[in-house]
Design a protein around this ligand. Structure first.
Ligand code: CDP
Ligand code: MG
Length: 726
């Protein structure tokens, strides 16, 4: 391993001592060791010490003077937690309006809202709250509202002027998620429309007759569409703040007509960067070795490890526990804490609590810890240099989640996490020469994902001309056309590219990917909505089953009790129903907490990931409520699973595949050659014709979540595609 200070540490030659030791009890994170009064004082001191605290007055003035402001500041300088409080104190909510702050990630919205509620000394959900898909913790008294960018887009469907907000802060804009990009375009329109509404209300009486005259004078089609739906209402102007951790504010400023940008000086201690001598064939293993090397050889300080997803984090968690047992007794004081988006929020909070005295904390995180959340206490960062990212092939129309190399900007952000409170160290698990070859920055998501969801929402917002929409960065015409085609095939838009009634409107209302929304709508017609709600909920979470390497056979046997010869969808339904039956059985005589605990034990015995199952159960109850509100018929097909499989074929016909003589499959829509993933229950049986829900690209193109169908169902149930094309 090489270091830019020539201070060599041979990380890849490291061996941890293999000493047999009795199993030690995992330590629990204690509650904070100080009482309420002291905690309050300490929070106050921490707030005052943040770099942003010294510029409170100036920032409030800047927002008063500028309708659009770009704020750039080092991660941890206090932007996300402090600015909304400054604006609240600065009188921006005096008329009962709300300050909204959008985050690309659920975790950030939740943890930051909790922190700010605590800083303000209020109950979460009162003055300070958050709202994310499937979870709304706000009330009529909420003034500071954290939410995901996707959620604000949905709100705009019901309230096109976003009239409840006086200020909207788009946070983490440098991440350039697809929702952030679309939101910026939309907010630009809303801001224009709101200021025009003021002018008009000042100049002429806004009667319906006058409104017609107004429309004629307008030439901005998008603005008109918003105005059309808000006839005769007067709105105050909307303050827009774009916040970003990276230094390039120019793009945002130009997009908003030369908007003013301000910089907040951060506080960053030096970080020593270490590289490996050679490329590491297995980054998970290299990360493990490095964790133990730091633990045994370096001074105090917590470790932050960047991994690619829930499955990987959970497997590293188990491996660390295993290896820990082999260490001598005195050196076992290492505590693993996972943090990823779908982790239940009270478990996410554990990452922010200090480790018990004498313990070192290892935080195993996805790239949410890059900029979205600031975890105190980190001195060491381990960066394998990879991230899970969406990629989209506009030619085939297929989107997949792949593990790709980070950009230079991401690598710098990651190493920066080690120098927040004092000098730190960052271990990059790749050679220095590789760093030079990384892309400078990450390509915006809008350029590498399926656009059908976003297009559906824009259409529902009245934006008909998608190609003409003022995007910060335009997606390729090909990607737009492909997504429009997909929406047309799903029946969401008509052949003149208008949202169809009622299907398109119904689909836009459901907080799901368009194909899943369509599956629910179809299922109500096929009388199997009960089954489809479960399937969609289970498909919305990562890895329901877990198969530890050392217990592979046991896990396979456990899975057999649930598995269906028809495929993974029915298998998932079987798991869900078995968990339901179990909960029903134990509910009597047990309180909620006990029931949860017993369910976790049941999951463990059955090799089911209890976190994922719990998440799926939450999603299920939410989408069921949506379906009921929309008046869909929630019925079960009982034992008639043929009906359910036919509905799967009718819904996911774009993901059908046919077996080839050599045992691989050909995806019918794209012509791509794919293989059944070994985790599928159909891995061995290999039926002739299947539909699938997920594509994973590793050394091969694998498909997951698969069900057997009859080839002839395709022209029968999806004639709009198969009768014409194939
Ligand atoms: O947004 P920015 O990265 O500029 O900083 P922030 O999220 O407002 O965080 C400011 C400080 O608050 C961090 O340095 C953390 O020490 C602290 N914080 C925390 O302890 N717990 C949280 N959930 C959020 C922030
Ligand atoms: Mg922030």
């Amino acid at each position: 391993m090489t270091n830019n200070n020539n201070n060599n540490i041979p990380v890849n030659e490291m061996h941890w001592p293999l000493v047999d030791k009795a199993d030690k009890k995992k330590p629990k994170i204690r509650d904070l060791p100080y009482c309420q009064g002291n905690r309050k004082q300490r929070l106050e001191q921490q707030r005052k010490a943040l770099p942003i605290a010294s510029v409170e007055k100036r920032l409030v003035e800047e927002v008063q003077k500028n309708d659009t402001l770009i704020i750039v500041g080092e991660t941890g300088s206090g932007k996300t937690t402090q600015l909304p409080q400054f604006l609240l104190n600065g009188g921006f909510c005096h008329d009962g309006k709300i300050i909204g702050i959008t985050q690309p990630r659920r975790v950030a919205a939740v943890t930051v809202a909790k922190r700010v509620a605590e800083e303000c000394g209020v109950e979460l959900g009162q003055k300070v709250g958050y709202s994310i898909r499937f979870e709304d913790v706000t009330s009529s008294s909420t003034r500071i509202k954290y939410m995901t960018d996707g959620l604000l887009l949905r709100e705009a469907l019901l309230d096109p002027f976003l009239s409840r907000y006086s200020v909207i802060i788009v946070d983490e804009a440098h991440e350039r998620t697809i929702h952030t990009d679309v939101l910026l375009g939309l907010l630009k329109n809303v801001q224009n429309a709101r200021s025009r509404s003021i002018n008009k209300c000042l100049n002429i009486e806004n009667t319906e007759a006058n409104y017609g005259k107004l429309l004629k004078r307008e030439n901005d089609a998008n603005c008109v569409s918003i105005l059309k739906r808000c006839q005769g209402v007067k709105f105050p102007s909307l303050k827009l703040i774009i916040m970003s951790a990276s230094l390039d504010a120019r793009g945002f400023s130009e997009y908003f007509g030369g908007a003013r940008s301000v910089y907040i000086q951060g506080r960053q201690f030096p970080v020593d960067i270490f590289y490996t001598h050679h490329a590491e064939p297995d980054y998970v293993d290299a990360a493990l070795i490095t964790i133990f090397q730091i633990h045994l050889e370096e001074g105090p300080g917590d470790i932050l490890v960047f991994l690619t997803g829930q499955e990987e984090i959970e497997s590293v968690e188990r491996l660390v526990q295993e290896r820990l047992r082999q260490l001598p007794e005195g050196s076992q004081k290492l505590l693993t804490v996972p943090i990823f988006s779908s982790l239940p929020s009270e478990q996410q909070m554990k990452a922010f609590m200090p480790a018990p005295a004498g313990f070192r904390k290892v935080i195993l995180a996805t790239n949410i810890a890059e900029t979205s959340v600031t975890i105190p206490g980190i001195k060491y960062v381990i960066d394998p240099g990879v991230v899970k990212a969406r990629t989209y092939n506009a030619h085939t129309g297929i989107e997949s989640l792949d593990i790709v190399k980070t950009s230079k900007a991401q690598a710098l952000q990651r190493s920066g996490r080690a120098g927040r409170e004092r000098p730190g160290k960052c271990f990059r698990l790749y050679p220095e020469s590789e760093f030079g070859q990384l892309a400078d920055s990450t390509e915006p998501e809008i350029k590498r994902c399926n656009l059908s969801n976003v297009i559906l929402q824009l259409k529902a917002l009245g934006v008909d001309d998608i190609i003409g929409f003022d995007f910060l960065e335009k997606p390729s015409r090909m990607a737009i056309v492909k997504s429009l085609e997909q929406l047309f095939l799903l029946g969401a838009i008509t052949d003149d590219s208008k949202l169809s009634d009622p299907i398109g409107h119904q689909m836009a209302r459901l907080p799901l990917d368009p194909v899943y929304s369509k599956a629910l709508i179809l299922a109500s017609q096929f009388n199997c909505l009960e089954e489809m709600l479960i399937a969609v909920a289970m498909l919305s979470v990562e890895s329901i089953f877990y198969t530890p390497r050392e217990k592979l056979e046991e896990a396979r046997t456990a899975m057999k009790c649930f598995s269906s010869p028809e495929g993974d969808h029915i298998t998932l339904i079987n798991v869900y129903r078995a968990s339901d039956e179990f909960v029903e059985k134990i509910k009597q005589g047990n309180d909620k907490e006990k029931t949860e605990k017993k369910l976790r034990k049941w999951c463990k015995e059955n090799f089911i990931n209890s976190r994922s199952l719990r998440h799926a159960r939450d999603i299920h109850s939410q989408i069921r409520r949506h379906a009921e509100q929309m008046g869909l018929c929630v019925a079960s097909c009982g034992d008639d699973m043929l009906q359910f499989r036919r509905c799967l074929a009718a819904s996911f016909f774009l993901n059908a595949a046919l077996k080839q003589p050599e045992g691989t499959y050909r995806a019918l829509a794209s012509g791509q050659s794919v293989r059944i993933h070994p985790s599928s229950v159909l891995f061995r049986t290999k039926p002739e014709c299947i539909i699938f829900n997920e594509l994973v690209q590793t050394n091969h193109c694998y498909i997951r979540n698969i069900t057997r169908i009859d080839f002839l169902w395709l022209p029968e149930l999806a004639p709009q595609y198969y009768a014409v094309q194939n």
